[in-house]
Ligand binder design. Sequence first.
Ligand SMILES: [Fe+2]
Ligand SMILES: [Fe+2]
Length: 134
Amino acid sequence: MIYGIAKGTDFEKLCDGAAKAEAAGVMTYYALARMAREQGYPEEVSQTFMEMANQEAVHAGFYATLIGKYNADIWKFAESFAAGEENGEKQVGQFAQAFRAAGMNEAADEMEIFAKQEGHHGSTLRAMIEKYRK
Ligand SMILES: [Fe+2]
Ligand SMILES: [Fe+2]
């Protein structure tokens, strides 16, 4: 068990900084993966960046857990996130429409997929709450 063990210790600040740096790394590596693909490098290049990004995501969650960054009641959290995800579907959908109106169709196509994914995150959270919340 590692939840909260670094909370209130000399390590808390370092862990929080590490969590944020790792999360930023996720964004950076996924962007590099994307850019490598657009620039015509072999698929292996972007796959490797994505693999690194996924590991950074795990690292970010690890440090956040060490300091108990989020309340231990995961279903309460899921509940509040479900609404945000469902809202996200609408918001990202509108964002996509605005991109399309501005002629950025390639991006808009993908953002429409993201919008549906946000909605799916919402329904997935609700289903898990229903199934596992005690
Ligand atoms: Fe890392
Ligand atoms: Fe989401």
